[in-house]
Design a protein around this ligand. Sequence first.
Ligand code: B12
Length: 212
Amino acid sequence: MSEILSKMSEAVIKGDTDNIGMLTELALSKDLTAEDILNKGLMPGMDHVGVEFRAGNMFVPEVIVSARAMQASMNIIRPLLVETGAELTGKFLIGTVQGDLHDIGKNLVAIMMEGAGFEVVDLGNDVAPETFVQAVKEEKPAIVGMSALLTTTMRAMDRTIQALEEAGLREQVKIMVGGAPVTSDFAQRIGADGYASNAPAAVDLAKRFVAK
Ligand code: B12
């Protein structure tokens, strides 16, 4: 069984979009859960890609194909991750901040949030502060989530919170931030209501927000 999961990690590393769908179906047919596939197959593969990228052994085009392979598998397991039948808990608006194109982690948070019963509005990536403002006006979410993967784009979280303040919308929403370079210290400094280091922790935090 774990052989399939290591093959999935390898498929992410090699960016093997042709075979990853088949491997995902095979894993599911062997009674592996969507969580197993995500946490023991896809994530270790993407972690490895991160290490190799940092070491200069992999380059942007290769990382893109790895990301595509991971997304291809996530598209298959998505309904299973969502399938908890939870009641709608509130509206959750999420986006990757301006200047940042990384969206795998943001997508994962959105999927898990949907699975926990939140109605999710996903603004995509490279979302300008004014787009967040407009969306908060229109969608009236209970919670806004912002994702950033680059140290250079973390500041856009700050600018987005300021824009919400200037538009008089800050008090209407709870704001949570996340992404690899983000810390709870940083979240506090920019005036966010919370930080979570991964998707399940984001769900716990969101549930605490709406329970209050
Ligand atoms: C895949 C990837 C890419 C892909 C992105 C594809 C895509 N569709 O997302 C591509 C190739 C496009 C890319 C481009 C670049 N990348 Co890049 N990339 C990565 C890589 C390898 C993996 C990121 C990832 O998807 N991880 C898996 C997900 C599941 O994890 P995650 O994003 O951290 O999300 C989890 C948590 O953080 C949290 N979370 C995330 N969002 C949110 C939001 C909320 C509200 C909450 C509560 C929680 C939360 O929950 C998630 C799930 O558990 C990382 C290295 C790494 N290991 O992080 C580098 C990395 C982020 N990239 C990096 C860089 C430098 C770049 C480029 C500048 C490279 C270049 N020279 O062009 C460009 C920037 C493009 C841009 N403007 O955004 C650096 C950033 C360095 C820094 N500190 O700023 C990293 C760390 C690599 C490195 N070590 O150098 N990249």
